[in-house]
Design a protein around this ligand. Structure first.
Ligand SMILES: Nc1ncnc2c1ncn2[C@@H]1O[C@H](COP(=O)(O)OP(=O)(O)OP(=O)(O)O)[C@@H](O)[C@H]1O
Ligand SMILES: [Mg+2]
Length: 271
């Protein structure tokens, strides 16, 4: 195969991956929105039923008009509920493409994406990576963009025109953690509980979807996303991923990175 056709193939594969990750993102957004619409619709339906029960109290002259208008609203609400059910079935995000991943590599790739805008805003990015991390199974596009890039973007937006974002990686007994830390003042204490809510935003043009999606993706990986807040100083968001048991029994090449001398590390004993 020529170098030209290899690079064409690589570009096509990257474009397909990009499309798949965008679809996954849109799917998560759409189903989040559909869930949010569902509960006010149920409440409309409930109140409508209560009003219909009181029709007998409406004066005779207006009763049939009330009845037909309430009936019309009820049919529309039923239609919308059906549409939402169908839509939720259709928009379920695609299955995750899990791959054994060196988290340090993935974080570095995402830093590259965020770097130009950070440089423009005089924001420094500091890496504190634990060497030779245990590999984790994750969907690199969903986790890279939906979690890491969202957290980096929030940190940058919080910092404004200057500041420092520190990316840490570290291994715990059962998990690998990625910490996105900034020195931008942190989250006001009374908002700590709300920032992960769908559509909660304090920004003029924010949709309030970023953290809700990021947490959902972490949870779909069997992990979690938590805030370690230092009000007045800064915020750290900790994405926690479980060490995968599948990888421990992988019979292929050792997934641990190699030392400079080429010697490999064995995965640790199952916990
Ligand atoms: N690093 C941070 N420091 C302080 N507050 C933060 C930080 N990250 C998020 N927040 C708060 O959490 C809120 C919700 O964040 P989220 O990412 O869900 O939505 P958004 O950034 O406002 O909008 P979107 O991500 O959809 O553009 C933000 O509006 C902000 O108030
Ligand atoms: Mg955001």
């Amino acid at each position: 195969m020529t170098a030209h056709s290899r690079s064409k193939k690589r570009l096509a594969r990257e474009a397909a991956e990009e499309r798949a990750s965008r679809m996954a993102y849109v799917g998560t957004l759409a189903s989040g929105l559909a869930h949010e619409i569902r509960s006010p619709l149920s409440s409309i339906k409930l109140n409508l039923d209560l009003l219909r029960e009181k029709l007998a109290a409406v004066p005779e002259a207006q009763r049939s008009e009330f009845e037909s208008r309430l009936g019309l609203i009820a049919r529309e609400v039923d239609g919308l509920q059906e549409l939402l059910t169908e839509f939720l079935t259709f928009a379920r995000p695609p299955k995750m493409q899990m791959m054994a991943t060196d988290v340090n590599d993935l974080v570095s790739q995402v830093i590259e994406l965020a770097m130009p805008e950070c440089e423009r805003k005089h924001i420094e990015i500091v890496r504190c990576f634990q060497k030779d991390l245990y590999p984790v199974a994750l969907d690199q596009h969903q986790f890279g963009r939906g979690v890491l890039l969202n957290l980096l973007t929030n940190a940058r937006e919080q910092l404004g025109e200057h500041g420092t974002i520190t990316l840490r990686t570290r291994e715990r007994q059962d998990s690998v953690e990625i910490v996105v830390e900034d020195n931008g003042g942190g989250v006001p204490e009374d908002l700590e509980e709300r920032i992960f809510d769908l559509f909660f935003s304090t920004k003029e043009h924010g949709t309030g979807l970023g953290l809700a999606i990021a947490r959902r993706i972490c949870q779909e990986h069997g992990g979690d996303l938590v805030l370690e807040n230092r009000p007045g100083h800064g915020a750290s968001f900790i994405a926690r991923l479980p060490k995968s048991r599948i990888l421990e029994y992988d019979s292929g090449e050792s997934l641990r990175s190699k030392d400079a001398d080429g010697s490999e590390h064995e995965p640790p004993e199952p916990q």
